[in-house]
Design a protein around this ligand. Structure first.
Ligand code: GLN
Length: 493
C-alpha cells in the first residue's frame, strides 16, 4: 500500500514502527500536491519548508525513543481561516491576501503537539461564506471525483485534499454545514462536533455563535482520533466547555446497533431531493435495522421549515459585527481616501467580494432598529423553538439520520449567480448547527458514474462519542467506499 492510501492511524503506526519516516510521509503528500493541485486548486499555500522541518523533528524524537504523540508524522492540511504562526492566512480574501498571523489557532497547536505535520493551507469560500468553494481569490477548487463539479464548501479545499489523497486528515470549520456538505460532495467522512467541544481560538470568525472546528478524513476512526487531539478545554475560548472529554476512539468498539433507537428523516416529498440521495437515506436506515437498531420515521417540522431563514438571519447579523475588524487599519489591505470614512469604504469595497459585501450589508440592516425587532428577535425565538424540537427528538432516539445535502455535487458555475438557491442547499445542515448538535457525514458509496452518495447522522449535544460509535458501525457495514483516491485524477495530470 502507498503511504497516501493509508488512514491517519495507519500512517502514524507505520512511522512509529519505523516502516517509513515522517519526512517520507510529508514528501508523499507534497508530491501529490505538486502533481495534481495545478488542476484541483485545493491549496492556497503549500508549507513545504515548515512541513519538512516539523517532520524531521518527529523523526528525531522517534530515533531518540520519545513518543511524538498519537498523530506522529501524520500530514494534514488546515483550512486557510485557521491562524498559523508565520504562515500566511488569507481566508481566501483580498483583504487578508498577505496577512501573516503571529500566533497559532489552538486546534493547530493541539495538532502540532500530537505530532501531526501541516503541509498546506486549503481553499475556502471567502471567509467561509458559501457552499461551493468557487468564491475565492485563488479561483475555484475542483471536485477530485469529477473535475467539472464543485467540491462543496466552504471547506472545499480541505475535503478535496483528503479525497485526492494529499493527506489522510484535514481540518475545516463548520458554521452551517461547511465540513459535512463538502465531505458529502467529495465522498469522504466529515464531522461537526457539538458546539463547545473544540476551541475556536484563532479561527477567523464567520459567526462565532455557530462556528466549530471540524475534522475531515476517509474513516470514522480517523475522525475520532482527530477529536481526541483537538477536543479539549481551552481558557482562550470561553465557549469551549471545560468538561472532561471521553475517549472518542474508544466508542468505536461498538459492534452492532442492538438496543439503539434511530430516527429517519420523514415528512417531506422524496422529489424534493435528488433521487440517488433519497436512495442512500433509505439504504442507511435499512442497514441500521439489519445491525439491530429500531428505526422509526420522524419529521422535524420547525427545523425544516424555518432552519434556513433562521440561520441566515442570525449568522449574517453575527458576521456583520465580526467582520467589522477588517477596517483597513488593523489587518491586511489598506486603500487610502481623503477622509477616514472614505478609507473604510475604499478598502472594504475593493477587498471584499460581492457575496461577502452582500452578507455584511444584510447583517448590518438586520441589527438596526425595526429590522432587529421584526427579524433578528423572532429568529432567536425560533432558534429556541428548534432547540426544544431537538430536545424532544433526542428524548426518544439515540441518533437521527437525514440527508447532508438535498443535491448531488453540481457542475461548476451553475449556482453562484443565484445566492438564494445556494442558501436553500443548506436546508439539512443549518438546523443541526443552530441546535449546537454533533453531525457526521457518512459516505454510502458511489453512483455508476462515480459521484458520491452520503447521509448525515446527528446526535444529542455532547453525544459525540456515542455518535461516532454508531457511525462506525454504519461505516463497517457499508465498507469504506471513499477510502481510495479517485482513479480519474491519475488520468488528468
Ligand atoms: N453554506 C453556509 C453559509 O454559506 C454554511 C457555511 C459554513 O458552514 N461556513 O453560510
Amino acid at each position: 500500500m502507498e503511504i497516501y492510501e493509508m488512514t491517519a492511524s495507519e500512517t502514524a503506526e507505520g512511522i512509529k514502527a519505523g516502516r517509513f519516516s515522517a519526512v517520507e510521509a510529508a514528501r508523499c503528500g507534497l508530491s501529490r500536491i505538486a502533481k495534481f493541485d495545478g488542476e484541483v486548486n485545493a491549496c492556497v499555500t503549500v508549507t513545504e519548508e515548515h512541513a519538512i522541518a516539523t517532520a524531521r523533528r518527529v523523526d528525531g524524537m522517534i530515533a531518540r525513543g520519545e513518543d511524538p504523540g498519537p498523530l506522529a508524522g501524520v500530514p494534514y492540511i488546515a483550512k486557510d481561516n485557521f491562524c498559523t504562526k508565520g504562515i500566511r492566512t488569507t481566508c481566501s480574501s483580498r483583504i487578508l491576501e498577505n496577512w501573516i498571523p503571529t500566533y497559532n489557532a489552538s486546534a493547530i497547536n493541539f495538532m502540532n503537539g500530537a505530532g501531526a505535520v501541516l503541509i498546506a493551507k486549503s481553499n475556502l469560500d471567502e471567509f467561509a461564506m458559501g457552499s461551493s468553494t468557487e468564491n475565492s481569490i485563488i479561483g475555484p477548487t475542483k471536485n477530485p471525483r469529477d473535475l467539472g463539479r464543485v467540491p462543496g464548501g466552504s471547506s472545499g479545499g480541505s475535503a478535496a485534499s483528503v479525497a485526492a489523497g494529499y493527506v489522510p486528515l484535514a481540518l475545516g470549520s463548520d458554521t452551517g454545514g461547511s465540513v459535512r456538505q463538502p465531505a458529502a460532495f467529495c465522498g469522504i467522512q466529515g464531522m461537526k462536533p457539538s458546539y463547545g467541544e473544540v476551541s475556536r481560538f484563532g479561527i477567523v470568525a464567520y459567526a462565532s455563535a455557530l462556528d466549530q472546528v471540524s475534522p475531515l478524513a476517509r474513516t470514522v476512526g480517523d475522525l475520532a482520533m482527530a477529536l481526541n487531539v483537538i477536543a479539549r478545554p481551552d481558557p482562550n475560548d470561553t465557549t469551549c466547555d471545560a468538561y472532561d472529554r471521553p475517549d472518542f476512539a474508544a466508542s468505536l468498539a461498538m459492534r452492532d446497533l442492538r438496543g439503539k433507537r434511530i430516527g429517519v428523516f420523514a415528512g417531506f416529498e422524496a422529489e424534493q431531493m435528488d433521487a440517488e440521495l433519497y436512495g442512500a437515506l433509505t439504504k442507511a436506515a435499512a442497514l441500521c435495522e439489519a445491525a439491530g437498531a429500531t428505526v422509526e420515521p420522524i419529521d422535524l417540522p420547525i427545523a425544516v421549515k424555518y432552519g434556513v431563514a433562521t440561520y441566515y438571519v442570525t449568522a449574517l447579523a453575527d458576521a456583520s459585527s465580526k467582520l467589522g475588524c477588517f477596517d483597513g487599519i488593523r489587518y491586511g489591505t489598506h486603500i487610502d481616501g481623503p477622509t477616514l470614512t472614505d478609507m473604510y469604504a475604499n478598502t472594504r469595497t475593493a477587498s471584499f467580494s460581492e457575496e461577502v459585501r452582500r452578507r455584511i450589508i444584510l447583517g448590518t440592516c438586520l441589527l438596526t432598529e425595526g429590522f432587529y425587532q421584526n427579524y433578528y428577535g423572532p429568529a432567536l425565538k425560533v432558534r429556541t423553538k428548534m432547540a426544544m424540537e431537538f430536545e424532544e427528538l433526542f428524548s426518544r432516539i439515540d441518533a437521527y439520520l437525514l440527508p447532508t445535502s438535498p443535491s448531488m455535487p453540481y457542475p461548476m458555475g451553475t449556482k453562484e449567480t443565484d445566492p438564494t438557491r445556494l442558501y436553500l442547499g443548506d436546508i439539512f445542515t443549518v438546523p443541526i448547527s443552530l441546535g449546537g448538535l454533533p453531525g457526521i457525514n457518512i459516505c454510502m458509496g458511489f453512483t455508476p458514474d462515480d459521484l458520491p452518495l452520503s447521509v448525515q447522522l446527528v446526535g444529542p449535544r455532547y453525544g459525540d462519542a456515542s455518535l461516532l460509535g454508531i457511525a462506525g458501525v454504519i461505516e463497517r457495514v457499508v465498507g469504506r467506499p471513499g477510502a481510495a483516491a479517485p482513479r480519474k485524477l491519475e488520468e488528468v495530470r
